[in-house]
Design a protein around this ligand. Structure first.
Ligand SMILES: *Cc1c(COP(=O)(O)O)cnc(C)c1O
Length: 405
């Protein structure tokens, strides 16, 4: 039996790719007393976060904030823009793309799941060329939306969203572009308006560093127009009343007040560091992590170096090694959590998160835990990954500091 009163000494090292570690500053902000969600003080908070979050999505248009996990915001994106029986084109990049596809099916849509054969798609990004070809073949414009995942958290592979936009435009197709960047936002560069995305879905517990519990839909004028025609049933998720009331900083129902305190704090932190620096920090930590994995002599799940995720790294196990046993060793002996392999790659790989409130030494701690855990599990390592990562971090520390000003 797990004894819930027992806590090992020191902090648990949460190295999963979301929820990511919550900074103390956010935890403290969340402990403020809950206020009247119809009072003047709340209106000021609401206006601040609703305006500030637009800078993170890089949009001028409304961003809807739901008191829900990312899965809720996935549903919101579909039910607000589509009608029963609508064809939607989705691309299989991994487990999260698969779950969104399953949801579309449950909602009575007709999702078509494009992808590379077998598990190949789980090592690559969205193939914009395949989307373009499929849309060209759809002369009747039956397909109403294209849905893709920007940062596939199950694999550590990113996708080129601007290229998907260009593919839709090249095919002269009117389909909406719906993008999941639940784990990419505020860690990897993302541009809702510039990339012509119609609905961007995101969540609180990844790059934004909040606990789980709020999620987002960033909208485009075209998405708002589509929502006036779409007929899938929706009540709680309906954009119209929320967008209307948000204009004054309020919600039609009780919003998640204390998580909005945390969001306000997170926006301050991200803007103080500067988004370009935030992205550069993630890129650098991602590069250090991959050097460690390569030194160990283990394959990286992402097979395309141009698409390495700055958010997490998927580490593939040699034949015969159970990745979940390695994770279990690390948890038991070093008080650290690693991400499991999900769906088709369960037991075949684990995931190291390097997103949100992380720095050189939190990454080094995570890599130490991995290296020791791999050894305990009997995995033969070619070289020391921690040494490789430390050398890279030391060699690039001064340049990184200059970038920070
Ligand atoms: C975490 C995640 C989700 C699911 O979000 P929940 O908050 O768990 O509902 C969906 N897509 C991606 C890419 C994610 O990383």
């Amino acid at each position: 039996m797990l004894n819930l009163n027992f806590h090992p000494a020191g902090r648990h090292l949460l190295s999963i790719p979301g929820p990511s570690p919550v900074p103390d500053r956010l935890l403290r902000a969340m402990s403020y007393p809950t206020i009247d969600h119809r009072g003047p003080e709340f209106g000021a908070l609401g206006r601040k976060v609703l305006s500030g979050i637009k800078d993170i999505f890089k949009t001028q248009h409304p961003v809807v904030i739901y008191p829900a996990s990312g899965t809720g915001a996935w549903e919101a994106a579909l039910v607000n823009t589509l009608s029963a029986g609508d064809a939607v084109l989705m691309f299989e990049t991994g487990h999260f793309a698969s779950l969104w596809n399953k949801m579309a099916l449950r909602l009575g849509l007709k999702p078509e799941f494009l992808g590379l054969p077998g598990t190949e798609g789980w090592r690559h990004g969205v193939q914009a060329g395949m989307i373009e070809q499929r849309l060209r073949d759809d002369a009747q414009h039956q397909i109403k939306a294209v849905c893709v995942v920007h940062n596939e958290t199950s694999t550590g592979v990113t996708s080129d969203i601007a290229a998907v936009r260009r593919a839709i435009d090249a095919a002269r197709h009117p389909a909406l572009l719906l993008v999941d960047t639940i784990s990419g936002l505020a860690s990897a560069d993302y541009r809702h308006d510039e990339w012509g995305v119609d609905v961007t879905v995101s969540g609180s517990q990844k790059g934004l560093m909040l606990p789980p519990g709020i999620s987002f839909n960033a909208l485009s004028p075209k998405a708002l127009a589509a929502s006036r025609q779409a007929t899938l049933p929706r009540a709680f998720w309906a954009w119209d009343e929320i967008v209307e009331m948000n204009q004054t900083g309020y919600w039609p129902y009780t919003p998640n007040t204390n998580l909005l305190y945390a969001l306000s704090e997170s926006l301050d932190m991200l803007m103080a560091e500067g988004l370009p620096q935030v992205f550069a920090r993630h890129e650098r930590l991602g590069a250090a992590c991959r050097l460690a994995v390569q030194a160990w002599g283990l394959p990286i799940q992402c097979a395309d170096p141009a698409l390495y995720s700055p958010v997490l790294t998927g580490v593939m196990m040699p034949e015969g090694v159970d990745a979940d046993r390695v994770r279990q060793m690390v948890y038991q002996h070093f008080n650290m959590s690693l991400g499991a392999g999900l769906g088709k790659v369960k037991g075949k790989m684990f995931r190291i998160g390097h997103l949100g409130d992380c720095n050189d030494l939190t990454l080094m701690a995570a890599l130490s835990g991995c290296e020791m855990g791999l050894k305990l599990a009997g995995v033969r390592l070619r070289d020391s990954g921690t040494s490789a990562a430390m050398e890279y971090l030391a060699a690039t520390a001064q340049a990184a500091a200059r970038q920070d000003g």
